[in-house]
Ligand binder design. Sequence first.
Ligand SMILES: N[C@@H](CCC(=O)N[C@@H](CS)C(=O)NCC(=O)O)C(=O)O
Length: 305
Amino acid sequence: MSERIIFHQYEISPFSEKVRVIFGIKDIEWYAVDQPVIMPKPDLVCLTGGYRKIPVMQIGADIYCDSQMIIRELDRRFPTTTMPDSNGLGAGLGFWTDREIFRANVAITFGSIGEHVDESFKKDREALSGQSFNTDEMKQAVPVMLEQMRAHLDMLESQLADGRKFLLGNAPGIADASAYYNIWFARAANPNGGALFDSFKAVQAWELRVREIGHGTRHEMSNEDAIAIAKDATSTTVEHEDPNEPNGLKPGMTVQVMADDYGRDPIAGTLVSSSAGHIAIKREDERVGEVVVHFPRAGFWVLPG
Ligand SMILES: N[C@@H](CCC(=O)N[C@@H](CS)C(=O)NCC(=O)O)C(=O)O
């Protein structure tokens, strides 16, 4: 029972769509737990220790934060031999799609739909980023960001120009999920978002192919059930010391882990396992008992507890 793939998400979340496509590629059965779009998220942060971003994957008492970590773990548990990229190039390309392309995408989207955005959402995202969420400023940035977005779309178009079905060949992979969610979000959040893609014919044909992959088999689950599963389960993470840790991190040390971009709330715990690609820390919470929370290393800082 505790082996169920529980996915804390919300529908319009771009990074959730990235992982939902991976569920599709790997034909995984999963349970969606809906979380709020803005804080407070009491049923999420009791599992993560304070990490508030979406998505988060839960398998029993193991909690995986950030789409990079989630996909790394899915690939470990459900290896797909046809997938052309994995934790290597797939994760690396995520820094292009999740930072450069997504930044332009967000500015264009919210610059275009600014008047429909709730004040509560703006305030929440200001707290998240530490920067003003000013849709007038975003509107002014739209022309520049359109040029950026077009340049990145042109890279995708060029990659697809030889008639390949997916970005890295004839089978879909993480690169496809990562580029695709940006296009999905631009359309889903902004009624005029589709105009961005008009001149990119190969991208549009590829977008349809990625959409057709679907999302695997989805069920719904309540927050209460997800928390009860964590409470009943014991983490399956095995203690692991990495002799090559540059700063001498070892199991048993108290550390804090924080994202290096936005949503930088530090998560404190006791180190259980680490490598160049991951860190897992143990922590306790009254509602969920002992859980192990996993983060990627690229894009996250580990500080002494
Ligand atoms: N690096 C993170 C980024 C996640 C992210 O920014 N998620 C957005 C939603 S798609 C978010 O959490 N926004 C704030 C919130 O929902 O509270 C990842 O790859 O998962």
